[in-house]
Design a protein around this ligand. Structure first.
Ligand code: MLT
Ligand code: MN
Ligand code: ZN
Length: 303
């Protein structure tokens, strides 16, 4: 199974257009040892030709330009993107569908809750009807395995997560199963498995069980500390209240990952304020010492 990180950044990417935080400011001044990152998406394939996109980032055009495998190969209209699976209905995970409106039709896999958001508060599905057909394929959150036509040899299992629906959603403060999901992606012929959960607020038993059972983890790397944006006077929002488990501290993501002995461990969906973006930072050295990697745009994994 081939996994390509299209975008490893959180909402806003890195550097963020209006941000002058320590990371973003130093990056622009050329004083930063670390990579820019576009917004949150990965692609998975078993044959290198037919790809399943997890999330459609607002940066999808740049991501596609950087990755020839999903560019047109034959015919007057063609794409390596055979289907899209949405992890939630957050703006950074869904807005790229607007950039795919010339595709006919679009095969979109998401939960009923995500579909509700995308036909009400952020009516992408409704708008796109006048550009392309959206074939919505519902995802259940009970780990019933399913396959996606055109994506051979790949099986997916989804479960509900405690994270957060988007600020615009009626579910922001009234959570429902399916607002956010985590997925196990398995190559059937090899049995190799990836767990992908870019927005993960709490480690429930089904999450820990999935983590223990896979070869590679790509999990929420948004914030180092719970009050990261508050102490920088950027926002009043804490990591946990917007559905992201911080890395540091007791019960943080580092502690959690240290309880998973056998998988390759990669943080993804990194916010621009997070000190781990700086490859010289003590926080990044702590991750190194714990055997935890930080995803970057263009990272490819052959599982
Ligand atoms: C999140 O991951 O919490 C959101 O994408 C934040 C945002 O929409 O900017
Ligand atoms: Mn996000
Ligand atoms: Zn910033």
């Amino acid at each position: 199974m081939k996994i390509r990180v299209l975008g490893a950044g959180a909402g806003g990417g890195f550097p963020q257009w209006n941000c002058n935080c320590d990371n973003c400011g130093r990056y622009r001044r050329g004083e930063f040892n670390g990579k820019a990152r576009t917004q949150s998406s990965i692609a998975v394939s078993s044959d290198g030709r037919n790809w399943l996109l997890f999330n459609t980032s607002p940066d999808i055009r740049a991501q596609q330009e950087a990755f020839p495998a999903i560019q047109p190969k034959t015919g007057i209209r063609d794409t390596g993107i055979k289907a899209v699976l949405l992890i939630d209905s957050q703006i950074d995970h869904t807005t790229g569908m607007l950039m795919l409106r010339e595709g006919k039709p679009l095969e979109v896999y998401c939960t009923e809750m995500v579909k509700q958001d995308l036909t009400s508060g952020f009516p992408l599905f409704t708008m796109l009807k006048d550009y392309c057909t959206i074939n919505h394929h519902p995802i259940a959150c009970d780990e019933t395995p399913f396959e996606i036509p055109g994506i051979d040899d790949i099986r997916i299992y989804a479960h509900a997560l405690k994270s957060k629906a988007p600020p615009y959603s009626p579910h922001r403060h009234d959570p429902h199963d399916g607002d956010n999901i985590g997925v196990v992606v398995e190559q059937i012929s090899t049995g190799k498995k990836l767990y992908y959960a870019p927005g993960l607020g709490e480690i429930e038993p089904q999450v820990m069980a999935a983590m223990q059972n896979v070869d590679c983890l790509m999990v929420d790397g948004t914030f180092w500390t719970d009050d990261e944006m508050v102490v920088r006077n950027i926002s009043h929002k804490h990591a946990r209240e917007i559905g992201h488990l911080p890395q540091s501290g007791a019960g943080g993501m580092i502690d959690v990952l240290n309880g998973v002995p056998n998988a390759r461990k990669i943080l993804i969906h990194i916010n621009n304020t997070n000190p781990i973006l700086d490859e010289d930072s003590p926080e990044r050295k702590t991750l190194d010492a714990n055997g935890i990697e930080v995803a970057y745009d263009g990272l490819e994994i052959d599982l």
